[in-house]
Design a protein around this ligand. Sequence first.
Ligand code: NAG
Ligand code: NAG
Length: 316
Amino acid sequence: MRFTTSVLGLAATASTAAAVSAANSGIKGFNYGAFFLNQAAKQQADFAYEFNRAKSLPGTSGWTNARLYSMIQWGTASDVISAIPAAIETQTSLLLGLWVSGSDQAITNEIAALKAAISQYGASFTNLVTGISVGSEDLYRDASGEIGLPAAKLIDCISQVRSAVAGTALAGVPIGHVDTYDSFLNGTNRAVIDNIDWLGFDGYPYWELTKPNSIGDAHERFYDGFNKTLALAGSKPVYVTETGWPVSGDTVGAAVPSKENARIYWEDIACSLIRSGVNLYWYDLQESQWGTASPDFGIYPAGDLGSVTANYDLSC
Ligand SMILES: *[C@@H]1O[C@H](CO)[C@@H](O)[C@H](O)[C@H]1NC(C)=O
Ligand SMILES: *[C@@H]1O[C@H](CO)[C@@H](O)[C@H](O)[C@H]1NC(C)=O
């Protein structure tokens, strides 16, 4: 049924929108939150500064893509997030995100901001969009008793987004959902997979304290989860939407944060995913800004991104 709907959707909009394939295409990017650690909203200049830093990293290149968690400017009800004009300014491609947990109003406000972005920025915005994620780790939080969404509610949000983009320049853009891989593997959530075009895999061996999770086991942990997700996804592409290893913070199980271990994880996981052309959104470029994250997954430490030095070597 989903297949039929999407084929009809593409046919109906072929004259106005070029369909974007959901297939993996070697995208490299980072995750970009809407606010700093002191809760201050990122402004256009802040997003542009981060996007430009990502485009000129030492030892690597091509990190010209941004995954967002929300369409809404932090601290407003439904204003368009200033990451959109920053992406246009810096020619950064976008995996859009809609934050759908918390209240039924959340999806309504996110869709309002998405539609406002389409009408305000037109093709200069829509040409940059490679995909849309409806939600982020909602199934995981729901199962852990935090503020999330169960599968049925999430599927309702996904169909609202499909309706909202129908007839717009984003009609052909593949719609997915990002979650922890064990949430996708949980049979309760099977119907979510049937309703999306791609799966966003979040996997952190660092947090897997019930299994061997030292840096020496990290390859096995990551690829065990990733392979199981690929098998479950069948013909649908799986993007790695979050992964990384912290440079500092608490030891979790056998996982020890350090710059050396973060480098080992990068060289193994980032470099192997890049070689296989999997769409990859690393976590993260910089976590500690106007505060100190613990654990801190940042490639860059706190401070002016234009002048601080990377915590580890990014070559492959
Ligand atoms: C699967 O998901 C359901 C619904 O969130 C949850 O109640 C259950 O505990 C999960 N099962 C496992 C093994 O995590
Ligand atoms: C994952 O799959 C690849 C390709 O089939 C295989 O070479 C690798 O051993 C698998 N890794 C794990 C940890 O299952």
